[in-house]
Design a protein around this ligand. Structure first.
Ligand code: PLP
Length: 361
């Protein structure tokens, strides 16, 4: 037997499955499987990418001061409490790396984001999955699962793939009820889709045990660049910065993200378009016999009569050049997660689901 062995937990990781992007033999395909912005990135961000080309021989900023200042100005946050990462996934990774290890427990919920158990195993910690109630995070169930080994609790708010939200007072109750050694991570990947929602920033400011993460991958339409950020108490940011590589973000990514966050007019436009087509799509699906919870994000969790029906509908949609996301791996075998596309995407997927339910398959 080889003496060269990976650290505990690593071989238990099942590789993350991204949303499919292609259907064999088809060209006119619409991808609604990864919650991407159908309107693309802000024109200002695209210009910043082009402008960055001439100075790519220079190393990027290591403290991300300009991007943190822009985020702070737009959101009314202290830039010294912000950390930037290669997607919010990297910020989430900093958290488990810094605060959990073998023997420790990391809590996530029944339909929680697939990265949470992967991150726990990455550092040799034990992922602990707790039940939700009707596709909603349940604070009492989480608190009941906590013990003196609990180090990190992950909640996405709004949730992915559920699209439901935990109200502020419930999130506060969760933060207040955690054991002393546990950190609450509020993953706000979809926070911008909720009018007036601060993603939990207010809770971070008022407590010592909460970190909020945000991303440029969803409403900002910059998933291809990989930029995210976190907001936490100063002492936690100081810890996370020690394990961050000095040049984790490229100059291009920093420049594009800064331009994007300053272009809040574009963000507001995307939020309105999403809300409009989300309402239209969920009503069309409901009329076709496919219900969903009221969505707080840029996707709809469409519920079918059975796992078989969801599988058959997914196959039918693919045959029509429409890629959506199976969520059986999220303990939702009878559902499909459908990203809210632009008008064309929404009309095509609504018509196809209606045709499927009407017996076209
Ligand atoms: C998309 C998503 C992220 C964002 O990941 P990035 O690394 O920032 O692209 C984080 N959490 C959830 C729940 C998501 O759906």
């Amino acid at each position: 037997m080889s003496l060269i062995t990976p650290q505990p937990g690593i071989m238990d990781i099942a590789l993350y499955q991204g949303g499919a992007a292609h259907v064999a033999g088809m060209t006119d395909v619409i991808k609604l499987s990864s919650n991407e912005n159908p309107l693309g990135p802000s024109p200002a961000a695209m210009q910043a990418v082009r402008d960055s080309a001439a100075t790519l021989h220079r190393y990027p900023s290591t403290d991300h001061a300009a991007l943190r200042a822009a985020i702070g100005a737009v959101h009314g946050l202290d830039p010294d409490r912000i950390i930037c990462g290669v997607g919010s996934d990297e910020v989430l990774q900093f958290v488990v790396h810094a605060y959990a290890g073998p023997g420790d427990e990391v809590i996530y919920t029944e339909h929680g984001f697939a990265m949470y158990p992967i991150l726990a195993r990455m550092v040799g910690a034990t992922p602990v999955q707790v039940a939700e109630t009707e596709r909603r995070v349940d604070v009492d169930t989480i608190l009941a699962a906590c013990n003196d080994r609990t180090r990190v609790v992950f909640i996405a708010n709004p949730g992915n793939p559920t699209s439901t939200m935990l109200p502020d007072d419930e999130v506060a109750r969760l933060a207040d009820g955690l054991p002393a050694g546990a950190l609450l991570v509020l993953d706000g990947a979809y926070a911008e889709f909720v009018d007036g929602f601060d993603g939990g920033a207010g809770l971070v400011a008022a407590r010592g045990n909460v970190i909020m993460t945000r991303t440029f991958s969803k409403i900002y339409g910059l998933g291809g660049l990989r930029v995210g950020w976190g907001y936490a108490p100063r002492d936690i940011i100081d810890v996370l910065n020690r394990i961050r590589q000095p040049f984790n973000l490229s100059a291009t990514a920093l420049a594009a993200a800064e331009a994007a966050v300053r272009d809040q007019g574009f963000v507001a436009h995307c939020r309105r378009e999403n809300a409009h087509w989300r309402a239209w799509l969920s009503a069309e699906l409901a009329a076709a016999g496919v219900p969903s919870d009221a969505s707080c994000s840029n996707f709809i969790l469409a519920r079918f009569a059975s796992p078989d029906e969801a599988t058959a509908c997914d196959a039918y949609l693919q045959s029509r050049g429409l890629i959506v996301r199976r969520v059986a791996g999220y303990n939702l075998p009878a559902a499909l997660r459908i990203t809210v596309g632009d008008e064309t995407g929404c009309r095509r997927v609504a018509a196809a689901v209606a045709a499927f339910k009407g017996g076209a398959a």
